[in-house]
Design a protein around this ligand. Structure first.
Ligand code: BES
Ligand code: MN
Ligand code: MN
Length: 460
């Protein structure tokens, strides 16, 4: 039987298993879900054990890591597959058509929190390995590293990598945790943005005040916070923090040209999110803004009265969550420090401000010139019947930079999802076809990586 027949013949079971994983509410951000984190880890460890992997659950200072290995291909490359079993909080619940942890199929899509990010994509590799095992022994040595803290910035994974560096040693690291460019464009992703995330707290008076008795004379924390926020960007969409852009790698002409050839249409892009315009940094195209330029966005804001009806108060306190997506050349710790130094200088008189750093992640740009990336290209081409495109991604996977620096192995990002899957949003989904193609791509990729190792040896 061909691999394709195997994957098709066993798809129903692959879907049942993914559903079981999706039913586990493994929300890493909220301590109330701690037991579910353990259950998700146990599910994966159990499954990998039945596939003949030596599998275990390692406790960390936070949520557990699942590690599994099957090293039965002496002389062949070792492939480390990374993914995450934690998911974003499902809120707002009332916006879901069916409950987030009751996976449901509608119109060829699997709806559930984590369907695409990242349970569906990570599990595609588990099933890819399973499909390949029907053909005999795996053509490469395989290690799985599945973490439970990606969505909270992987605060404990770097220490884990350091502690287990020799065990995790690999020739190549494979990750499927993002979006391919378009439904008919298979993609190898070669860059991810980094992140610096801060909270700004503003205090004006020692309590919320009567807006008549005090209005016009007392400081209003929300008004002052709003002033701070508007001063963080100029009217060209440029971030005003001194030194913010220092050291950023310029886009190469080759990249500009390559991205300009991609099938992208601004009106369609705006339409897909129901937006009437695409405001951004002057002088850059949409794809350049998404993949090669840093951002500063308010993610949440609070203060004063938010309940029903009106309440006449001046806010004593206000706050905002701010994320900055970073690009190669920027360092998250430095950027966090810069904004912490800058905000007090632009705060209006009467504002007491505090800027708290929450978490960060390094940006990455991956060198495409290696045999493993070419192997991924061949696998994608075989499955999708199209030459893959090379794009960057706007999101962040904080641990990728550490993979490179600590494990010193090339990283290959092959993404099975789409932005239209609505990761992090209500009604997140993953197309049945994408899950099936993901399984097939995973199997084809491991075969191609085996061949890449073979030809490396032949030429040595
Ligand atoms: N899978 C995403 C990362 C991603 C998204 C890569 C889109 C490429 C394209 C990941 O699960 C994620 O959401 N990461 C967070 C990181 C943060 C919590 C530190 C992100 O990007 O917001
Ligand atoms: Mn993810
Ligand atoms: Mn995510």
């Amino acid at each position: 039987m061909t691999l394709k027949d195997v994957v098709e013949g066993t798809y129903a079971q692959a879907q049942d298993e993914l559903f079981e994983l999706l039913r586990i509410a493994s929300v890493s951000a909220d301590p109330a879900y701690k037991p579910e984190m353990q259950r998700a880890a146990e599910y994966l460890e159990g499954k990998l054990s039945t596939l003949g992997f030596t599998a275990r659950i390692d406790a960390t200072a936070g949520h557990p890591v699942v590690y599994a290995e099957r090293l039965q291909a002496p002389g062949a490359p070792t492939v480390l597959i990374y993914g995450h079993y934690d998911v974003q909080p499902p809120a707002p619940l009332d916006k879901w058509q069916t409950p987030p942890f009751e996976p449901t199929i509608r119109e060829g899509r699997i709806y559930a929190r984590g369907a695409t990010d990242d349970k569906g994509q990570a599990y595609a590799h588990v099933r890819g390995v399973e499909a390949l095992l029907t053909q005999g022994e795996l053509p490469v040595n395989v290690k799985f590293l599945l973490e439970g803290e990606e969505e909270i910035g992987s605060p404990n994974l770097e220490a884990y990598l350091e502690a287990h560096a020799s065990e995790l040693k690999a020739d190549v690291i494979v990750i499927s945790d993002g979006s391919r460019f378009a439904p008919d464009v298979p993609t190898v992703t070669y860059g991810l943005r980094g992140l610096s995330y801060v909270e700004v707290h503003v205090t004006g008076a020692n309590r919320d005040l009567h807006s008549g008795s005090y209005g016009g004379a007392a400081p209003n924390a929300i008004n002052m916070l709003a002033q701070i926020i508007t001063r963080l960007k100029d009217d060209q969409g440029r971030i005003t923090i001194p030194g913010f852009y220092d050291g950023i790698e310029d886009l190469t002409d080759e990249e500009r040209h390559m991205w300009a050839q991609l099938p992208h249409d601004d009106a369609e892009f705006a339409g897909s999110i129901g937006a009437s315009a695409l405001p951004g940094e002057a002088g850059y195209t949409t794809l350049e803004r998404l993949w090669a330029r840093p951002t500063l966005d308010v993610n949440g804001i609070w203060g004063g009265y938010q309940g029903k009806g009106s309440k006449t108060v001046i806010a004593g306190q206000a706050g905002a969550k701010i994320s900055m997506r970073l690009v190669p050349g920027q360092d998250p710790e430095r950027i966090t420090r810069l904004i912490q130094e800058y905000i007090p200088t632009i705060a209006p008189e009467g504002a007491q401000v505090e800027v708290v750093g929450l978490h960060g992640g390094q940006p990455v740009k991956i060198d495409l010139d290696n045999a493993y990336v070419r192997a991924a290209g061949r696998a994608l081409e075989a499955v999708y019947g199209k030459t893959p495109s090379f794009t960057r991604g706007g999101g962040s996977i904080p641990i990728v930079a550490a993979f490179r620096s600590l494990l010193k192995a090339p990283v290959v990002l092959v993404d099975f999802g789409l932005n239209a899957d609505a990761p992090h949003s209500p009604n997140e989904s993953f197309a049945v076809e994408d899950y099936r193609n993901g399984i097939l791509t995973s199997a084809a990729l491991l075969q191609e990586l085996g061949r890449a190792g073979q030809s490396a040896q032949d030429s040595a």
